[in-house]
Design a protein around this ligand. Structure first.
Ligand SMILES: *[C@@H]1O[C@H](CO)[C@@H](O)[C@H](O)[C@H]1NC(C)=O
Ligand SMILES: *[C@@H]1O[C@H](CO)[C@@H](O)[C@H](O)[C@H]1NC(C)=O
Ligand SMILES: *[C@@H]1O[C@H](CO)[C@@H](O)[C@H](O)[C@H]1NC(C)=O
Ligand SMILES: *[C@@H]1O[C@H](CO)[C@@H](O)[C@H](O)[C@H]1NC(C)=O
Ligand SMILES: *[C@@H]1O[C@H](CO)[C@@H](O)[C@H](O)[C@H]1NC(C)=O
Ligand SMILES: [Cu+2]
Length: 272
């Protein structure tokens, strides 16, 4: 049952009560409800996020990783359209799904240019890009199966001066440890601040304006996995990469996953 309590408390508050609850449990709580922070109060949202630690029994991250990928998040322009890029490549998904392209070694199914693990050391994350132009690409990272991978998501100033946005990054196929957050440009010495004691395991982590977020995961799930900003318009503007690991171990690729692009042609030819 649902009961509006707007008369007694601030508007937009309600109590949800599951059936079977006795009437006495419908009493309003004695404490005043917490005040809602302003949507753009990053002081509040940072202190909230930083306090999320591992649940008891969560496995701890290993002390070292096999690979470090640093992804600079920038807002750019291509032919007048606003895009988002990672290390200066705005993701455009090819018409042939990666899983089929990789498994059947289809040539030309996506752009083979390997995306970079680093971005230019001189990039000023506090300023708009000097040259807002960017390029497009498939952003496919091939990851060694069972390796431990660190990704530092580096935020930066957007196109407009003094603007940096917030992005919830979501990884498919894995949970990752959130090792830490920081302000400004990530530096090597920031590793000393990583949380190895009670780093939470999650599949989504935020990057705050002008900040960085460090995550670690074990690439132990054969497949092709998207890693992207979960603000959907940002994803469609290119804010994502794709991770591929252990493709030869993927047991059965569902037909639906290979029924377009070059894999569709391949299937049709097979069936004569
Ligand atoms: C933002 O949140 C912090 C921490 O909760 C609070 O102390 C501060 O008053 C808030 N600022 C504004 C402008 O609401
Ligand atoms: C950016 O790209 C546009 C075409 O969209 C071009 O006219 C312009 O010269 C480029 N700017 C720089 C600095 O390369
Ligand atoms: C990004 O790529 C564009 C087009 O190639 C180039 O003009 C620009 O300088 C690059 N920016 C960075 C930060 O590498
Ligand atoms: C990867 O790890 C899994 C589970 O830990 C193990 O079964 C498998 O043999 C490993 N594969 C490789 C190629 O190391
Ligand atoms: C950006 O911030 C700086 C420093 O606070 C200020 O001097 C400058 O006027 C701001 N620019 C804009 C466009 O708001
Ligand atoms: Cu975003």
């Amino acid at each position: 049952m649902y009961r509006s309590v707007s008369k007694r408390l601030t508007a937009l508050l309600a109590i949800l009560s599951y059936l079977n609850n006795s009437q006495s449990q419908l009493e309003l709580p004695m404490a005043t409800p917490p005040t809602t922070p302003l949507w753009n109060n990053y002081t509040h949202s940072k202190s909230f996020s930083y306090k999320i630690l591992a649940a008891k029994g969560t496995p701890k991250p290993s002390k070292k990783a096999d690979r470090l990928i640093q992804l600079l998040n920038t807002q750019n322009r291509i032919d007048g359209f606003i895009k988002w890029s990672l290390n200066n490549v705005s993701m455009v998904l090819p018409s042939t799904p990666y899983l089929g392209s990789l498994r059947y070694s289809l040539k030309g199914a996506f752009d083979q240019k390997k995306p970079r693990d680093r971005f230019g050391a001189n990039y000023n994350v506090m300023k708009p890009p000097i040259n807002p132009n960017t390029t497009t690409g498939s952003n496919l990272y091939e990851i060694k199966l069972n390796s431990t991978v660190d990704i530092i998501l580096q935020n930066a100033n957007a196109l407009a001066e003094n603007v940096s946005e917030i992005h919830p990054w979501h990884l498919h196929g894995h949970d990752f440890w959130v090792l830490g957050y920081g302000e400004g440009l990530f530096r090597k010495k920031d590793v000393s601040r990583f949380n190895f004691e009670n780093a939470p395991l999650r599949n989504t982590a935020v990057i705050f304006p002008y900040g960085w977020t460090a995550i670690r995961f074990i690439a132990d799930n054969p497949g092709v996995w998207a890693f992207h900003c979960h603000i959907e318009p940002h994803l469609h503007m290119g804010m994502g990469v794709v991770l591929a690991e252990g493709i030869d171990l993927v047991k059965e690729i569902p037909k639906d996953a290979i029924s377009c692009g070059k894999t569709a042609n391949m299937l049709m030819n097979q069936h004569g």
